[in-house]
Design a protein around this ligand. Structure first.
Ligand code: ADP
Ligand code: MG
Length: 276
């Protein structure tokens, strides 16, 4: 039994029988008394690190129109979250800033601990290409390219060789259940299938972070539901997924909901009431 030597070493020091639970470090005579990691690991050590964060982000468009008003949020690696709010509440603006497509008027954007605001444009583009995938309401597929060619095209700027791009593209299509449609043109696919091709394109390069802006906005309910199934599946496989939607029902399928109203976060299911 593994506990026997432990008890003996305690007895060696004290001469009395002491329950291991109450042994203090001053009684420790051998390293093996304190090596059980299960005893020392606390939950705070296994919390996911922050992958993307906004701190006091303000966005003002010419007009002027202030669309984001002091938005602060942290999303951890491996999380799946929905940003939900009515049309015009600033969701797409928030995604553009989190995805470093656009710069805030003030405030900080961090991706994987890096201050994206302080990076030159070329580095921002590289960070975006390597770390982030995007899916939009309109699928933005090239009509003259097959599904696999559309997906492979998405990795053009990552310096991946052509035959590897094609291999990764086929794997990504397989992940969204479209292996049998790889050689179809977008016009030969249903809306839901086209959006799944767009998802494959977004994940083929292995991004850590996937953003989807109203991914079901152009789809009927059934194919929209299936698109969200795949997004949740991708999240369960380790990619951080952030979906933007005006649809409460869709948002409720994600484990975290962040509510945006008039440019401010008014609720966040990850923040307990009274925490903020
Ligand atoms: P949502 O995605 O929640 O519908 P948006 O972020 O797209 O909201 O837009 C929020 C507000 O900002 C809207 O009033 C919109 O008209 C305005 N807006 C968005 N983009 C721009 C822009 N590039 N220039 C000026 N106003 C913009
Ligand atoms: Mg929008």
């Amino acid at each position: 039994m593994s506990e026997a030597p432990y008890r003996e070493s305690v007895l060696d020091v004290t001469g009395t029988s002491v329950s291991p639970d109450v042994v203090t470090p001053t009684l420790v005579v051998t390293p093996r008394v304190v090596v059980n990691p299960a005893v020392v690991v606390t939950p705070t050590l296994v919390v996911n690190p922050t992958l993307v964060s906004l701190t006091d982000v303000v966005k003002t468009y010419p007009g002027p129109l202030t669309v984001l008003k002091d938005v602060s949020v942290e999303i951890g690696a491996g999380e799946e979250a929905a940003i939900v709010g009515p049309s015009g509440s600033g969701k797409t603006t928030m995604l553009s800033i989190m995805g470093i497509l656009d710069r805030p008027t003030s405030g900080q954007v961090r991706i994987d601990g890096m201050d994206a605001g302080s990076l030159p444009e070329a580095d921002r583009a590289q960070l975006r290409a390597e770390v982030i995938g995007f899916v939009f309401q309109q699928f933005f597929l090239l009509p003259t390219l097959s599904a696999v060619e559309n997906v492979a095209e998405g990795m053009l700027y990552q310096g991946i060789r052509r035959h590897v791009r094609r291999q990764k593209a086929l794997e990504a299509l397989d992940r969204v259940g479209l292996s049998s449609r790889a050689h179809h043109l977008p016009g030969q696919l249903s809306g839901g299938e086209q959006q799944r091709v767009a998802i494959a394109r977004a994940i083929a390069g292995g991004p850590r972070l996937l953003f989807a802006d109203e991914p079901t906005g152009a789809l009927d309910q059934t194919s929209g539901h299936m698109v969200v199934d795949y997004l949740l599946q991708i999240a369960s496989e380790g990619t951080t997924v952030v979906v933007i939607t005006h649809d409460q029902g869709l948002a409720s399928r994600f484990s975290r909901q962040i509510s945006l109203l008039d440019g401010q976060i008014v609720a966040d299911s990850a923040v307990a009431e009274g925490d903020s």
